[in-house]
Design a protein around this ligand. Sequence first.
Ligand SMILES: C[S@@+](CC[C@H](N)C(=O)[O-])C[C@H]1O[C@@H](n2cnc3c(N)ncnc32)[C@H](O)[C@@H]1O
Length: 560
Amino acid sequence: MSASILKQHLEIRGLELVSDQHKHRKVVASRLLKKGSVVITSRPLCNPVIFPTHRSLHCETCFKSKAQQTGNISSNDIELERCSVCKKRYYCSRDCFTVAWKGWHRWICTDKNKDRTDLDFEMLKMVVMSVERLRNGSYKESEDAYTLSPALAVADFGEMESEPLALTEYVFSTLMGHEVVTEPTLLAKYKEIATTVREELISSKFPFKGRQQQQPDDTKKESLLPSIMELVQYLCRFHCNNFSIHDPQLFTMAEGTLPIGALFNHSCRPNAIVMYEGKVQLIKALEDIEVGEEVCTSYVDNGVPREERRQLLREKYFFECLCPRCGDQQQQQQQQTAAVQEPKTGFRILDDLIEGEQDGPDGKGVNGEWLTKQFDAIIIPGARSLQIAGPRLQPPSVMTRASFTSYIIHSLVPLIQTGASQQEYTERLFEIYETLQSTPHSEPKPFTTTVMTNATSFFNTCLEHQSWALASKIGTFILALYLMIYPRHHPLVGLHCFTLAKSLWNDVEGGMTSVRLSHEMLKLARNILQVSHGVKSSGNAALVMEVMAFMKTVEKELDS
Ligand SMILES: C[S@@+](CC[C@H](N)C(=O)[O-])C[C@H]1O[C@@H](n2cnc3c(N)ncnc32)[C@H](O)[C@@H]1O
């Protein structure tokens, strides 16, 4: 495998990998990538490592979940059986067990360190075995679950060939590890992990020279294994390239080494999102991506405040973010040094807007009674006003939680419902940011990340206690915040709309206004989730089907 095969693999998908002074390399679109399309799929270099707390909930091979325990969608509802030897791993069928047994499980089933819970330790062992099998010729694509599930592997590409594991391994070898700048204490920990993994692999039955040949003795094995320094390099690569794998509801459950997906750089205003169909990763376009535009995902939650994001990106990924939201290097320097600062524009306003530490009366902290009063004033928007994108809305004279909610929802939801262009939507968003900046607000500021955190936990409490009327008001406020912060087709926004729709539906006191808004929220959830979760009836798109089935129930009520 070589650079030219990678180039070809990307080219077929309308992508190009180009050098970049600041980011090392970046992936850019070489043709228009349509909103909602799968930009590329990526396979794991070895079986992903399921979090120890989640092992009994997912099949190790296909990742289907034991839905009744996780509250997931019913179409994934399956029974899992435990390996009778190690009693640690679970499988949904004989086929899935066989694939795992032949591919990796038989070599780690009775490991000395099988109770060790650090993900790096297990991932390293699995990656070394995968790489060795590829190199000694004992790996067979046909026996791998990746090719056993062609529907997953090719996703939206139709008949396009999926990625061979050898290409995955080649790309892994090219990834950055930032060893030179890694903390000495972390390097020492990596050395310890590498030493134990080597010892374990030497004493294991793993066939280092392929199935046909005799097992080499321990001294020979030692020379066949990657050195401790090489293994430390692997671990450094895991640190800034591995992914947390999540289910369709965005709950994380495993860690994976997915090198093709790791070629994509970060932006705090991403135009693509990472999704999973089982353990196959899909990079999906959140908006139309033009020729020459860089395809970026986000490594951090976009709802996290600026300084926290920057610290995380610095510590885990070793870079200063210069995305449209954070600003370019020159702007950042100006910000630090200039006495008179240039006014910020566009996405750069956002982080100033959502900054602010306190929430509660005089910053004394919130309680249920105080919060209830804050959200009581919110008026559930009329559904009809959300169906048509109208002219520019008159902003309120003071931003309170209630007026902010109404202003944002009425300004942005109609644009999503009517499929406005990205440019039109972004222009509206910038107008809103400027308005929020210049309009006086109630105290504490209604749209900070602290307020969002408090509102989210209060929303969950209200849902738990079936306080539907209050939950619907808080949920509408949270939607306004999400629309201000996240890209419009972010799955988090879609999932929230779905939860909000259920709350509105249950709010019988709200009468037909709540039913109509519930319907509108379901349409919004469908429009957003079709971009992130897809339109086919299987896999992640089952969630969209669930939204649509619920919509039919609500429509019946509206018709009656
Ligand atoms: C997952 S890799 C992305 C691919 C990487 N650029 C490459 O060429 O292999 C993560 C690393 O890429 C770089 N990177 C990613 N996003 C970046 C950004 N927005 N600005 C600067 N560097 C970035 C950092 O060095 C980070 O540790």
